[in-house]
Design a protein around this ligand. Structure first.
Ligand code: ZN
Ligand code: ZN
Length: 340
């Protein structure tokens, strides 16, 4: 089953020529979760994979760079006759925010289910759960940890035959967890295989609770708003440096670290290189890049650049194959402070 993250916007605080405001799509099987919805997220999707329908939304915190795209997107779903309810999860204060937004944007004909989460609360999915982790920003802010349930072990047909089962329906029943003619699943199945784990920090200072929750993640997506030279400013504004993000990744022994919430203040390569001094398996996605998380036995996560994508796969996803986004602008080295 596919598990991937599409980076619709990788910037922080301010949009730039190259980076939109925070928004990521987590896709698992046929399900799509939108994590944050910065201003312009609809356009970012239209310019890449298409404005896909989403099954639920998770907002990390209530700074405007993480939700200004919401009302427009919710209205577009309405115009497209969405019927089913849309759950929107986030920290305390989300309900008031959404009510306020929709008071002016106009109600939707489908139901918005706003769910405010506290530290440690779980969202139960089909085959996975998502834990909300209170992080250290300014005001209530959550990171999210998606954990797939363990998968059954590998069925051993030889052991099943030796235990007296005949090939056919009995093989299927015991693999589905039934005891058949005194043969238990444990007798013919290997040990359970772990599922995948994805951790998303949201905006935060280096946060021990998030680091613990991220333990052995396949992928940690961590904000890196500042370079190490501005560690003090990062702390004052509730953010992390790339070096600090890498420290969290190293201590949590994750397989891959992806930096995001990238400021226009720095060339991205500077942040990436500072992180790699601490944690080698660091990538810095650009807008529209994807990271796939294969099942653990099939290897480590992989970053696919939008510019290197398989055009057939993009066409299948409903995107505009062959149309390249403009990538000619260089990221300015100066620029405004990142305060969100
Ligand atoms: Zn932010
Ligand atoms: Zn913020």
């Amino acid at each position: 089953m596919e598990l991937s993250v599409f980076f619709a916007g990788t910037g922080g605080s301010l949009p730039s020529q190259r980076r939109g405001l925070p928004a990521s799509l987590v896709r698992r099987g046929g399900e799509t979760l939108l994590v944050d919805c910065g201003e312009g997220t609809q356009r970012q999707l239209l310019r890449s994979i298409g404005l896909t329908d989403v099954d639920s939304i998770l907002i990390t915190h209530l700074h405007a760079d993480h939700w200004l795209g919401l009302p427009g997107m919710l209205k577009t779903f309405d115009l497209r006759d969405r019927g089913r309810p849309l759950p929107i999860h986030g920290p305390r204060g989300l309900r008031e925010l959404v009510q306020g937004l929709m008071r002016y944007a106009g109600a939707t004909s489908y139901d918005l289910h706003v769910i405010e989460l506290e530290d440690g609360e779980l969202i139960e999915g089909d085959g996975y759960e998502i834990e909300a982790v209170a992080v250290s920003h300014r005001g209530p802010a959550l990171g999210y940890v998606l954990r797939e349930h363990d998968r059954p072990g590998v069925f051993d047909p030889e052991r099943a035959r030796q235990a007296g089962l005949e090939e056919g329906p009995d093989f299927g029943r015991v693999q589905r967890g039934e005891t058949v003619a005194g043969v238990t699943p444990a007798m013919v199945m290997g040990p359970p295989r772990r599922g995948r784990k994805l951790t998303i920090s949201g905006d935060t200072r280096p946060c021990a609770a998030l680091g613990e929750a991220a333990w052995h993640s396949d992928l940690l997506i961590h904000e890196a708003t500042f370079a190490i030279e501005e560690a003090e400013r990062a702390d004052q504004t509730g953010h992390s440096t790339a070096t600090q993000a890498a420290g969290i990744a190293r201590d949590a022994e994750v397989l891959m670290l992806a930096l995001n919430h990238i400021s226009v203040r720095y060339p991205a390569a500077l942040l990436r290189d500072q992180a790699r001094e601490i944690f080698a398996s660091t990538v810095l996605p650009r807008d529209f890049d994807t990271i796939e998380l294969p099942l653990p036995e099939r290897g480590a996560p992989r970053l696919t650049r939008w510019s290197e994508r398989d055009s057939a796969a993009v066409a299948h996803a409903g995107g505009s194959a062959g149309v390249e986004p403009a990538r000619t602008q260089r990221t300015p080295a100066g620029g405004a402070d990142s305060l969100h």
